[in-house]
Design a protein around this ligand. Sequence first.
Ligand code: PRP
Length: 249
Amino acid sequence: MSLAKNVRPMNRHRNGRHGAKYTGNQSKRLRPKSKSHPKRGKKSPAGNLKAKAPRWAATGRGTWRKEVQRVLITEEQIEKRIKILARDIERDFHGREMVVVSLLNGTVMFLADLMRHLNLPLRLDFMGVSSYGSGTESGELVFTKELRLDVRGRDVLLIDDILDTGKTLRHVLPKLRALKPRRIKICVLLDKPSRRIENIHADYAGFEIPDDFVVGYGLDFAERYRNLPFVGVLHPHVYKQACKQICRK
Ligand code: PRP
């Protein structure tokens, strides 16, 4: 994501509670066996992660705490939503020759998690597209990788991490259509309708989000934060600082 993306944070959206609870409704088979629980203070066989620690705590939350203002969408919320998206996609693509076309680089985590829940025969390919901007201005779109699979007559599921202004998909769609697929359906993890400039609509959208500067779960700021397992709101001081440095050059 270039520096130009979503630089007006708003507080319209509040994330819910973090962490999925064990409700007691799970089948016996899924219940954790008490004897396999590590005792307080002792290490589990797999390492020293305690059973109740949030998963992202192990990824060095402390490192990001000063840079990520808050968690907007938790790992658990993403996981739950992706399963629902996968079921919708399966229903719509049932019996079809499906080609998943994923846009690099931001889709890596979303794609990997979505695909493992898609119980359909499919082919996978990537298109590389990136916007190169300077300062806070939106940059030119550059294709960095072309599609190699033949999509002619096939059903394409086009995956992107975020639908923001819509400029990226406006450039990608004609390129794909020229390859004569039977149809193209668009699937995005995040949809930010308040920023839309182009008339682009996602067929499957994970979460509608406000105009916050979001990072994590594949989304970057200046190529950082892609490895965060949740979607978080970047603290304004981070991108303001970066803008200052660029503007000085
Ligand atoms: C980001 C994101 C989307 C695009 C959405 O890509 O991955 O593809 O911006 O914005 P838009 O709707 O305003 O076009 P970016 O060019 O930053 O590359 P990346 O995927 O490598 O982060």
